[in-house]
Structures are given as structure tokens and as C-alpha cells.
Design a protein around this ligand. Structure first.
Ligand SMILES: [Fe+2]
Ligand SMILES: [Fe+2]
Length: 393
């Protein structure tokens, strides 16, 4: 930037050629490899009938894997639990990506106020376009599955805006949901007018993507290891192409959230407070581990109703009493399924810690990921048992 002319910020991105190079490289590679056309094609080609009798993920990524329901399920029911994992998992990803598209734009607006951030904004434009292709593919597959198997929605939902609670199965209650929506609205205004807060959206995005990356890498392996790739079920191919795009998105989060801040002035107390609050919110969103779905931090009690419907559906055809009994065994009794989900939660805590540790403007609560780390098997079981007493099917 031209230093002889007055500038709002003493430094621009061009003053950090190493960071600039990384951004350019990441953008160039993502553009060259853009998976959106593949995903659009796959979504058009998808025909549920052609892949309804096979797994879509590695076996351990099945709904209720290693729970009593899984242990007692027939091979056909296990296939459905495996496909349901895909449907549930990517229904959550749709919600997260709707929010991402919006906050990419508001944060880009905040960062564009500093010299030389055009490259970041254009990277984010590309990413938002990719997210729309991702969402379209997930939505078409997940809705086709639910229509064919149930004739109604289980995990999917009608298209929605970015202010709705991102976690689709969260026990928030009306007041907390309203409060969260207000916080999101306030954050949009703050991030679009403040480069530091805008940049730190990417720290939050990075944390959220980090967990996604751990799971999605494993989901992509089903296609990677398929002996006849051209015959692999389309949902598994979607998982693979999506993971390729997301790896670039994660790099963007790392570079913008952690490195590009070098050209910004030191954060004020207010800015630090906003960023710390955001991360605390993210920790609260990721506090639970879910017995039903390993790798997504949904609240079990929020899933009782859907699980009951699943048990009563033609896939399991249970009677009312048997379904209630199974709900109890699934959620109120310790199982290997719970331990596996808790283990993934622990891995997430460790990787968030490693990611956040170098950021000196964060509170200890955030750097050490204390809120998430407070959860335990005892607390998990106590919450589920309490909620089950009030559950009415
Ligand atoms: Fe995506
Ligand atoms: Fe993404």
C-alpha cells in the first residue's frame, strides 16, 4: 500500500508477503480444484433406488453404532442406520453452511475496510458459492431418503435463514433460542464494521470446521477405499468431494484467523470480550456428545422424539411399549456407543485446545476449552435420565 498517503490502518496485507503468498496459493488451488461441478452432477445423478441396499459410510459411522439398537439390528436395518447417519450428519452440515455463507459475507465486509484484503474477500466469495453447491447436494440426497423411507421429515427441514439455531438438535428452550438469535444479529453488525472481530469469526469457523474435518476425512475414506470407484454409492462420493473443498476452507480459517491479524492493530478490551463470548458460545454448542450420532454434538434429549419415531417407523416396526423400553436402554444406560461418542468429544477438546492455545487475546476458559471439558459420562447419563422421566411420546 502507498505509505505516503494517509491510511486507516498502519499496515496492509501486502506488508506481510508470506501471508499474502499463502492466501494466493490457497485461493488458486481451491479455484483449480473446485468440486462444485462434481457435486452438482452427482446430485442430479443420485437415484435412491440404485444405492438403497448398501452402506454409504464406513460401518462405524452408523446411527447408534454399538448401541443395543445396533447390536440387535438385522443386516438390512444396519444398512438403514448407516444411511441415516449420512442423512443426519449432512442435515447438520447444511445448517452450519447456511450460517457460514452469511458470516463469510459480513466478516468479509469488516475486513475489506483494511488495505489489500481483496484476496480474502474473493476467496470467501468462492467458498460461499461452493457451500451452496454442497447444500444442494446434501439436501437432495437427504430429502430423497426421507421421502422414500418415511414419507415425512426426520432430520431434514425446510430451507431456512442464518439466524436459526445452528445445532438442529439442541435443547435450548424458547428464551435461550431468542437470546442466541439476538446475539447472532448483534454479531453481524459488529463483524461487518470491525476488521478484528471479522477476522476472529474465522477462529470460530476454524474451531467448528476442525471437528468437521476429523469426521469428514473418515467419511471420505469409504469412497477412497472402494474397490470399484465408479460403482460407489453416490452419497459416499459426495462425502469425498465435499471433504476436498472443506480442506481449503479450513486453511482459509487458519490463515485469516491466526496470521492475517498481524497487520491489524491490537484488539481493544471490547473486541476481546466479543471474541471470547463468541468462543464460549461455540463451546456451549459443542458441550454435549450424542449417543445417536458420533461426531456431532447434539443433545440426546432433543433426539428422543425423532428416535421414538424411527423405532416406530417401518424400519424397526416397534410397538409403543417396546420403543419406550429401547429409548431407555439407548439413552439411560451406559453403552459402547456412548463411550465412542465421548471419545470423539475428547478428541475435539484436545484439537480445539491445540488450535486456540497460541491466541493470546483469548481467556483461559477458551484457550483451555474448559466449558466443553466439563462434560462427563456421569453428567451425560444424569441429564438423559432426568429428561426421559418427562418424555411423552
Ligand atoms: Fe461445505
Ligand atoms: Fe466450508
Amino acid at each position: 500500500m502507498n505509505k505516503s498517503l494517509l491510511q486507516t490502518n498502519p499496515r496492509g496485507l501486502c506488508d506481510e508477503p508470506k501471508i499474502m503468498k499463502k492466501l494466493e496459493f490457497n485461493f488458486k488451488k481451491n479455484r483449480e480444484q473446485d468440486n462444485s461441478p462434481h457435486l452438482d452432477r452427482l446430485s442430479l445423478e443420485f437415484d435412491y433406488d440404485r444405492c438403497k441396499n448398501e452402506y454409504w459410510n464406513p460401518e462405524n459411522f452408523s446411527l447408534f453404532y454399538k448401541s443395543p439398537l445396533w447390536n440387535e439390528a438385522s443386516p438390512t436395518q444396519r444398512i438403514k442406520l448407516n444411511q441415516l447417519y449420512w442423512v443426519a450428519y449432512y442435515s447438520q452440515i447444511i445448517s452450519a453452511e447456511i450460517a457460514t455463507i452469511f458470516f463469510n459475507q459480513t466478516s468479509a465486509a469488516g475486513l475489506y475496510g483494511i488495505e489489500d484484503f481483496r484476496i480474502v474477500c474473493e476467496t470467501l466469495d468462492l467458498e460461499s458459492m461452493q457451500e451452496r453447491a454442497h447444500i444442494a447436494a446434501f439436501k437432495r440426497i437427504a430429502e430423497s431418503f426421507e421421502l422414500a423411507e418415511f414419507g415425512e421429515r426426520f432430520f431434514t427441514y425446510p430451507m431456512r435463514g442464518p439466524y436459526v439455531e445452528t445445532m438442529i438438535f439442541q435443547n435450548s428452550g424458547k428464551v435461550r433460542r431468542f437470546w442466541k438469535e439476538m446475539q447472532l444479529k448483534a454479531f453481524t453488525l459488529l463483524s461487518s464494521g470491525n476488521a478484528f472481530i471479522g477476522s476472529q469469526y474465522f477462529t470460530v469457523r476454524g474451531v467448528r470446521t476442525l471437528n468437521g474435518k476429523i469426521i469428514q476425512h473418515q467419511l471420505s475414506q469409504y469412497y477412497m477405499q472402494h474397490s470399484k470407484k465408479d460403482l460407489a454409492p453416490i452419497p459416499s462420493v459426495v462425502s469425498y468431494h465435499h471433504f476436498l473443498d472443506e480442506s481449503f476452507h479450513f486453511n482459509t480459517s487458519m490463515i485469516v484467523g491466526k496470521e492475517a491479524t498481524k497487520v491489524l492493530r491490537n484488539p481493544t478490551r471490547f473486541e476481546k470480550t466479543v471474541v471470547n463470548r463468541m468462543l464460549e458460545g461455540c463451546q456451549r454448542d459443542h458441550y454435549n456428545f450424542s449417543t445417536a450420532i458420533n461426531g456431532i454434538f447434539w443433545s440426546d434429549p432433543a433426539l428422543f422424539g425423532t428416535t421414538y419415531r424411527l423405532l416406530r417407523s417401518p424400519i424397526f416396526s416397534m410397538k409403543h411399549g417396546d420403543a419406550l423400553n429401547m429409548l431407555h436402554r439407548l439413552f439411560a444406560e451406559e453403552s459402547e456407543a456412548m463411550h465412542l461418542s465421548q471419545l470423539t468429544h475428547k478428541t475435539a477438546v484436545d484439537s480445539y485446545r491445540e488450535y486456540l492455545a497460541p491466541l493470546s487475546f483469548l481467556s483461559r476458559k477458551n484457550r483451555e476449552v474448559q466449558i466443553m471439558a466439563e462434560n462427563s459420562m456421569e453428567k451425560h447419563l444424569a441429564t438423559n435420565r432426568r429428561a426421559l422421566r418427562f418424555f411423552r411420546a
